[in-house]
Design a protein around this ligand. Sequence first.
Ligand SMILES: Cc1cc2nc3c(=O)[nH]c(=O)nc-3n(C[C@H](O)[C@H](O)[C@H](O)COP(=O)(O)OP(=O)(O)OC[C@H]3O[C@@H](n4cnc5c(N)ncnc54)[C@H](O)[C@@H]3O)c2cc1C
Length: 547
Amino acid sequence: MDFDLIVIGGGVNGCGIARDAAMRGFKTALVEKNDFGSGTTGASSQMIHGGARYLLSDVQTTKLSSIDSGYIQKIVPHLLFRIPFIFPVLRKPDKAELPQKLYFEALETYFETYDKYSALKNGKPHTRLSKDEALALEPDLVEDMIGAVTFDEWGIDSFRLCLANVLSAVEHGCEAYNHAEVTEILKEGGRVIGVRVKNLLDGSRRELRAKLVFNAAGPWVPQIAAMAGCELKLRPAKGVHLVLDRRITNYAIMAKAIDGRSIFLMPYQNTTVIGTTDDDYFGDPDEIPILEDEVEYLLEGVESVFPRVREARVINAWAGVRPTLYRRGPYEDDLSREHEIFDHEFRDKLPGFLSIAGGKLASYRLMAQEAVDAVCHKLGRVSPCRTHQVPLPGGERKVDPELLARDYGVPLFAANRLVYRHGSRAIRVLEMLKERPTLGNVICQCEPVLECELRYAIRHEWARTLGDLRRRTRFSIGPCEGTRCFMMGAQILGEELDLSPAEVYAQLNAFMEKSWKGRAPVLDGASLQQEELCSSVYFNVGNLDQY
Ligand SMILES: Cc1cc2nc3c(=O)[nH]c(=O)nc-3n(C[C@H](O)[C@H](O)[C@H](O)COP(=O)(O)OP(=O)(O)OC[C@H]3O[C@@H](n4cnc5c(N)ncnc54)[C@H](O)[C@@H]3O)c2cc1C
């Protein structure tokens, strides 16, 4: 056997399992068909929250997520950002049967209960705001409100969270492969003994063998299980988010969509994010369509509490599929976010094969711990989990962006972002300036990203495509839609990976096609004008249509 354990799927659960297993001394391989975090994890709302909305239907999930969120905050402090929420109480309550005053009281009681869980994840207790207080914080909130309730959540960059887990796993001896698709589950003597993998960038194939194979493929879990001859059903639910071209509030704001579902708007990095829908999804998780209706549903809902929302430009939309456990009956919103580990030896008489599904980003570490406990049990090894104690790469100590900006001569706004993404490892990135001071140039101005960070991601973080660079650095994701930087990014990728001009153009085209999928559903008004401008730069300046 090459390995003790092969993990299929580089979402947050697979990356977390790979790290935990490698830290416990298992010889581990992680195989991801696209890029780390590129599946559901990257399409999430990026919150490590307890989930106030699960309080009534699924309190155990709220509790476990809050506890695990507390641990995640300790091991990766640099990747966090606080999200204080305002929940406006409108004059006409949506629960019309409740008198106005009672509705406000009920809402406050609800958040009083949530406070108990929120404390586990370092959330501040809720407060009750008068209308004037709420408007002082967010002057563009709807006038027709009697007051508001606040509560406190934490956000995280889920792509970098995955990557931090992969870096740690590899530093503990794991072999990690992105752009490597599992095409077959290998069996021998009635048990699973490994996987056949195809490298999607160069077409090469290889076999990896292990004592155990763990299927952590999120919404693709049923597909991987089927490769092994097992039937495993999920109840996948699609969620869509919109991205606005800038921050339009200081606080996150809760709203009710037209059907009464809770949705939100939150400032996220240099943009604003609106989310999310939650609908049963029976389609292909690789090709999730975003409908104009879904865009309108979200905008219309937010408009009810923040009427000026349409003054901002919607620049993008993303969609993901929740790998929720199978239940027949409940509405999508009421589906439990619990997780489950499936041991196919007992379930399907197929030793050597396990699957994991369900759960939340906020409880990924705990899920990984349980998964690797199961691995220990099966392989007869006793080794305690330490992932709640040992910081992830970059989380070891605090660094001061001001000092870095001064010492390395880079703009403070860029140093701030570098430290957010890399923590203490920002120093390693900036040390590249010794090679050439121009590596300190700002390449992407929207977010902002330095040239050295792009090169670092290629050399040390497995970035092989422009999409990988975008996920690691947020390069080319801002309101200019990459017009100012994505060709420079492609040139850097070409230099670092020694690509031919034709390969560089292939990268550009693939990147544009992918970006287009997120932009097409939101093209309207000012977005349409911007699109025309970008197209003319791509095609007339970059001559992209000739390749
Ligand atoms: C819209 C939305 C919002 C959400 N918001 C939140 C939130 O704010 N907070 C929270 O706690 N949770 C949230 N969640 C839930 C959370 O995102 C998921 O529970 C979590 O990301 C699932 O991670 P995963 O690793 O199981 O799946 P994924 O991230 O999907 O990872 C599975 C990976 O397997 C790979 N794969 C598939 N097939 C193969 C193959 N053949 N070979 C190799 N690799 C393969 C895929 O490419 C993918 O990267 C949200 C989910 C959605 C959809």
